[in-house]
Write a protein that binds this ligand. Structure first.
Ligand SMILES: *Cc1c(COP(=O)(O)O)cnc(C)c1O
Length: 427
């Protein structure tokens, strides 16, 4: 596959953009190659600047559940565009989208729109702290909640439950209120509560997609809910990725467990920059302008973004069976890959819920970040290159999830499995 123009474009980008990209994962560093530059995309396919076409399982990292250049989304954007790009004043379209989302959940009365998942989570945590009048938060190793200071933490030494900054530029004191626990390990969360009576909230990806794809155990999530109730803390489900992806009602739909606050992003903007956080009337009452927890945004609730979001969410609500169809396809892919891997004795784990899927080159089941880190990432890098060279665009890291859109067909999935099989055979 000729990717000469992409290489050239990447060189030029690196002159004027740090690392050549506006979000680090796009640099393909963890697979040891260089990114392809995209010219356009349609349905299940993206096309690069050299004219190569790929079946895309990344879908802009999750938002595009109806595939690329989805006609109705583009129509919604264009008709909104005709009325103006932004007003910085309320519009009916915001209320429409809010009503649709709120109507889906018994535990949500109100929703506030922002511009990214990072913002949604940052604001949700401030809200939890403001509501509880407590300072500490618990997060889980391997979960990603955007790039705000207090969430860029990694495990500290030994028995300490408080984390250290995982990025330079974050003062140690900014993470002094962030406690780290192990995913799917309720004892590690109990230990945090034993160490502190100042815990405002637990934040979790209930269906984790940022350490590879690892769904939480149901008992673990209900354990978190009980611990929160007992200790006067709030449970935040970060569903920026899993919301409207794993199920119409995200993890709440999958597990039947209701958090106190939910964050959304990705699919709710359908490819436009949107995030949101939502909760009950009582909790949302402390948010400005009604309450004392400050939060704001010049472009929040942008009319073009809201129109696309409304187009996507309303169609998902009208066609809830979409998730069953997408899950059948996701499982066709993951079981097909697993079958081919075992045929050639390649250690392989896979999983799927709704339109989300993931796999690890690992001989053991993967339940947390420790397990995920024991996967063969070198083998993944080779696999990624083989797939890319053969027209299959997968996330460029062993610790990401994959996505099925309605544009992906069984034929495309079977083709993907055959191409993977060639790789398994060759190693
Ligand atoms: C993508 C993601 C975020 C961050 O969203 P951005 O829009 O990239 O800021 C936060 N939480 C989860 C679970 C995500 O997957």
């Amino acid at each position: 596959m000729n990717t000469q123009k992409s290489s050239q474009e990447f060189k030029q980008a690196k002159q004027v953009i740090p690392g050549g990209v506006n979000s680090p994962v796009r640099a393909f560093k963890s697979v040891g190659t260089t990114p392809i530059f995209i010219a356009s995309a349609n349905g299940a396919y993206i096309q690069d600047v050299d004219g190569n076409k790929y079946i895309d399982y990344v879908q802009s990292w999750g938002p595009l559940i109806f595939g690329h250049s989805d006609e109705l989304s583009i129509q919604a954007a264009s008709s909104a565009l005709n009325n103006g790009l932004s007003f910085g004043a309320p519009t009916t379209i915001e209320t429409n989208l809010a009503s649709q989302i709120v109507s889906l959940f018994d535990n949500i009365d109100k929703i506030r729109f922002v511009n990214s998942g990072t913002e949604a989570v940052m604001s949700a945590i401030r809200l939890a702290r403001g509501y509880t009048n407590k300072n500490n938060i618990i997060k889980f190793e391997g979960c990603y909640h955007g790039h705000s200071d207090c969430l860029l933490v990694e495990a500290g030494s030994g028995a300490v439950t408080f984390g250290n900054p995982s990025s330079s530029g974050v003062p140690k004191s900014f993470t002094d209120h962030t406690m780290l626990a192990h995913y799917n390990d309720i004892a590690s969360v109990e230990k945090c509560f034993e160490n502190s009576d100042d815990i405002a909230c637990i934040i979790i990806e209930p269906i984790a997609g940022n350490m590879g794809f690892i769904p939480a155990d149901k008992e673990f999530l209900s354990g978190l809910k009980k611990l929160c109730e007992k200790n006067g803390a709030l449970l935040i489900f970060d569903e920026v990725m899993s919301g409207f992806r794993a199920d119409l009602r995200g993890a709440t739909g999958v597990y039947g467990i209701e958090p106190d606050i939910v964050t959304f992003g990705k699919v709710i903007g359908g490819g436009m920059p949107v995030g949101a956080f939502a909760s009950t009337n009582e909790i949302m009452a402390v948010l400005s302008p009604d309450g004392s927890v400050y939060q704001a945004g010049t472009l929040s609730g942008n009319p073009v973004a809201m129109s696309v979001g409304e187009s996507v969410i309303s169609r998902l609500i009208q066609n809830p069976d979409i998730y069953k169809d997408l899950e059948v396809k996701a499982k066709r892919l993951t079981t097909g890959l697993k079958e081919q891997a075992s045929k050639y004795n390649v250690p392989f784990q896979s999983n799927a819920i709704g339109s989300m899927f993931g796999f690890f080159f690992n001989k053991n089941q993967v339940k947390n970040f420790e397990d995920a880190k024991n996967s063969d990432t070198k083998l993944f890098a080779k696999f990624h290159k083989h797939m890319l060279d053969n027209g299959i665009y997968l996330a460029c890291s062993a610790y990401e999830s994959g996505f099925i859109s309605t544009a992906i067909t069984n034929e495309m999935i079977d083709k993907t499995i055959m191409i993977a099989s060639d790789f398994f055979k060759s190693i």
